[in-house]
Design a binder for this molecule. Structure first.
Ligand code: FUB
Ligand code: ZN
Length: 602
């Protein structure tokens, strides 16, 4: 059954885990990303000065647009005049430089006007999509409509060139994004032509062969290997893919299109049953930043791009709305506490683009002559990248994070993610304020109080399996006005096995407490991490790391002692040690050191 979701603007996150992340976003991250983008010329690129010393990148517009979208979410919740001033300047520059036909892209206007809409993989429609999303978010935050009006002019031109005239060098975007942005523009304006254009881009994709780029950047890489409705597997570039699947789910919902819905369901299941890391990361190879084959989930060379984790949450959230099925919210929980959160440093200033599941710093198992250099994982986060798509995506994701907390329908409110918050609903004309108090993920206790009688269906976390008092995975709590009710889920600490087909997890286990996956770091453990074998009967000793400000788990383990012999007969001789784990999302915050999620067990 379809659900509606409660937008972040109706929810205040009050305290606890996610409140601290949002405060970090407002105080630090949004400014850190701005400063780096300003220094690198991304904001000035909007002046479209062809003589500028700094040559813009083809998709710098999208970097700034995602930052504007995130900044707008902050403004929506509480005024930020300085952010508004920065955004207004960008909008003025767009107004000054937009071509009379409506076209806008700072790179193409300044550097290659002769190549407008010629090359499918040059991200013009991707940039347009992000600018549209930014414009809508800014209008919703401030009531200022200049930006959105400029973008509507641009969209009209896109519609004319791609749909009406059809004289462009390609039919559908190389990097999806404009599709879901057009759906958003439709919802904002109510104008059907934007939805029609979104549908056009989704349904035209894969109908005819558009140019493939290289051997790996082929039609599958671009999700153009077949029509959307026939697709049933996650393929190709993982960010492009998830954005495309989001648009498919949007159209499925708005048009009641069962074929598109079924395609989305199959693709989603392919991801979560065969192609997703335990952290919720997706994309197993840096070749094409892409999905590969089922169960190919290498640890050290994992790509697991931050934007792909975000894309998976966007897709899962849409599927949750479309179907009301809890598994989608379970996946969101897995991603937000692991593969998404690892992307940002604890101080909020630096970011991972690639989120590995293993780092072997000394790298002594491979000589540098092995052509491995471009696969090796990053050992620390960066403040900005040449291709800096992830940092501003993180800004917009955290800025609108509260939208993930609740859905609702005529039967009541569904609590999908746990976070202390005050939410204001309007269901069937009735206003309801619901307060959720919790210290999750520190413990599993959730207290709820509302000002009106209402049923709240509390999602049972995936790691608890099926509870007999739950219905379809949700515990129904009938709240009577102003009477607090509490539910407490157990938060088990577990050793987890991977599917036997996952080579990278063979003979190994991962450690998790609830949905938070843990890892070992070299700086906490004296042995090489790959030599450590967790004792399968271990107790779990819970502690706290004051330097990092995160919980720790210590387990009993064995190592093989060092030896001079290169080979020796198998012996049972082992040294007992304790191995210390920290949450995966907190790794790489104490300098460069080894890290490992999957550990041998015996
Ligand atoms: O190409 C634009 C963005 O940069 C993609 O979404 C990321 O994967 C990175 O390639
Ligand atoms: Zn990215």
């Amino acid at each position: 059954m379809e659900h509606k979701f409660l937008n972040f603007e109706s929810i205040d996150i009050l305290d606890g885990f996610w409140c601290r992340k949002q405060e970090m976003l407002r105080k630090t991250t949004v400014w850190a990303v701005y400063d780096r983008f300003k220094e690198t010329g991304r904001f000035d690129a909007f002046k479209c000065d062809k003589n500028s010393e700094i040559k813009p990148h083809i998709y710098w517009d999208s970097d700034v647009a995602k930052w504007i979208e995130g900044a707008s979410y902050l403004i929506k919740k509480s005024p930020e005049p300085k952010l508004e001033e920065i955004i207004d300047e960008v909008v003025d520059n767009i107004e000054k430089n937009q071509l009379p036909c409506g076209y806008f892209n700072s790179f193409y206007i300044a550097i290659e006007p002769q190549n407008i809409f010629k090359n499918r993989d040059c991200h013009e429609l991707y940039c347009a999509g992000h600018l549209i999303e930014a414009a809508v978010a800014y209008a919703e935050a401030t009531g200022k409509t200049k930006f959105v009006d400029l973008m509507i002019k641009y969209v009209d031109y896109i519609e004319y060139r791609f749909k009406i005239k059809g004289d462009t060098g390609f039919k559908t975007p190389g990097h999806e994004e404009i599709e879901l942005a057009l759906v958003r523009l439709y919802k904002f304006t109510g104008e059907r032509k934007f939805l029609d254009l979104a549908r056009f881009f989704v349904l035209e994709r894969g109908k005819s062969l558009e140019t493939a780029l290289t051997d790996w950047a082929n039609e599958s890489y671009l999700q153009s290997h077949m029509e959307a409705k026939k697709q049933d597997k996650a393929v190709g570039h993982s960010v492009r893919a998830t954005y495309f699947y989001c648009a498919m789910a949007d159209i499925a919902l708005l048009d009641g299109d069962e074929e598109l819905k079924s395609a989305c369901e199959k693709i989603f299941d392919d991801i979560i049953n065969r192609k997703m890391y335990i952290t919720g990361g997706i994309g197993s190879t840096h070749h094409g930043e892409a999905f590969t084959i089922p169960y190919d989930l290498p640890n050290e060379t994992a790509y697991s791009e931050s934007c792909a984790a975000i894309g998976l949450v966007f897709f899962a959230h849409r599927m949750l709305i479309l179907t009301g099925e809890k598994k989608y919210a379970d996946v969101i929980e897995r991603v937000i506490y692991n593969g998404f959160l690892s992307s940002i440093s604890l101080d909020g200033k630096a970011f991972f683009y690639v989120n590995p599941l293993e780092i072997v710093k000394k790298n002594h198992t491979r000589h540098k002559s092995v052509n491995f250099s471009d696969h090796l994982p990053p050992m620390h986060r960066f403040e900005v990248f040449d291709c800096s798509c992830c940092p501003p995506n993180i800004v917009r994701f955290l800025g609108s994070f509260a939208s993930l907390l609740y859905t609702y329908n005529e039967s009541g409110i569904y609590l999908q993610q746990y976070a202390s918050s005050k939410a204001k609903f309007k269901i069937d004309g009735k206003e309801i304020t619901l307060i959720q108090k919790t210290s999750y993920p520190q413990n599993g206790k959730i207290s709820l109080i509302s000002d009106t009688d209402v049923t709240v269906f509390v999602r049972v976390p995936e790691y608890l399996g099926d509870l007999n008092f739950a219905k379809n995975g949700y515990v129904p709590l009938r709240l009577v006005a102003n009477v607090e009710k509490t539910i407490e889920f157990e938060l088990p600490t577990m050793l987890i096995e991977g599917n036997p087909k996952i080579l990278a997890a063979a003979g190994k286990v991962a450690l998790a407490r609830g949905s938070v996956v843990y890892c070992m770091e070299g700086c906490d453990n004296e042995s090489e991490l790959f030599n450590i074998r967790i004792n399968k009967n271990t107790d779990f000793i819970h502690g706290f790391d004051n330097e990092l400000g995160v919980p720790t788990i210590t387990v009993s383990a064995f190592i093989r002692e060092d030896s001079d012999a290169l080979y020796s007969p198998l012996s049972q001789s082992r040294k007992e040690i304790f191995a210390k784990f920290i949450p995966y999302h907190a790794f790489a915050n104490r300098g460069e050191t080894d890290m490992q999620v999957w550990t041998l067990v015996e």
